[in-house]
Design a protein around this ligand. Structure first.
Ligand code: HEM
Length: 181
């Protein structure tokens, strides 16, 4: 996983909890990096899984809630860091197909070692949008948080439902977004 994700995670922990808690979870985790991440480096994604586990024990907040909160935070940070990706889309339904077709493609060009998930999107009805997430890594809750962050960003009234689909390793999830009238 790219260092930028680790750096943003560390900033979120510091802002939401404290610098002391951040240091404590890094010390308590058995990390090859000892928590030193550069934005362009690439690190084992299991390090973030371990940090989230430790943060959960330290704070009493459940792992899915922490990952969803991180996804919402990360979406805001992506808007600030890469404004050009957000310039043309006017709604979540416009923007979300671009994640797989354009944005993650650009991320992969920039960082060939990036590990990105697969998304299939469809709009079976004008007010319904379906996004199926598939990854060999366990980041479905992070994906959910990013989608929630996207809905908040566009300020729309959209409900989000999630259905975990059978899969052998990693995650396979169908997210359904319904625009409220
Ligand atoms: C709602 C929109 C988005 C969703 C649902 C989404 C989903 C994800 C997920 C779940 C991952 C973790 C990897 C995995 O699951 O296997 C990921 C990685 C990543 N995404 Fe996205 N993403 C979104 C938008 C964006 C945007 C707007 C950007 C940048 C402008 C971006 C850049 C990245 C980067 C840099 C990584 C890390 C790749 C790595 O660690 O190697 N994503 N994305």
């Amino acid at each position: 996983m790219k260092g930028i994700v680790f750096r943003e995670f560390a900033d979120m922990v510091e802002q939401t909890f404290s610098a002391e808690i951040l240091n404590r979870i890094i010390d308590a985790s058995n990390l090859a990096t000892r928590g030193a991440y550069t934005a362009v480096g690439t690190y084992d994604h299991r390090e973030i899984v371990e940090l989230v586990n430790r943060l959960s024990s330290e704070t009493g907040v459940g792992i899915p809630d922490l990952l969803r909160a991180f996804g919402r935070y990360l979406f805001k940070r992506f808007v600030a860091l890469y404004p050009h990706f957000f310039a043309s889309a006017k709604s979540a339904f416009d923007f979300l197909p671009q994640v797989h077709n354009i944005i993650h493609v650009e991320v992969k060009k920039l960082y060939p070692d990036a590990e990105l998930p697969q998304f299939e999107t469809s709009a079976p009805e004008p007010d319904r949008f379906v996004m199926v997430y598939r990854s060999t890594r366990p980041f479905g809750d992070l994906a959910e948080g990013l989608i929630l962050g996207c809905i908040e960003h566009f300020g729309e009234k959209i409900s989000l439902a999630r259905e975990d689909l059978p899969c052998q390793n990693g995650a396979h999830i169908r997210f359904t977004l319904i625009r409220q009238k």
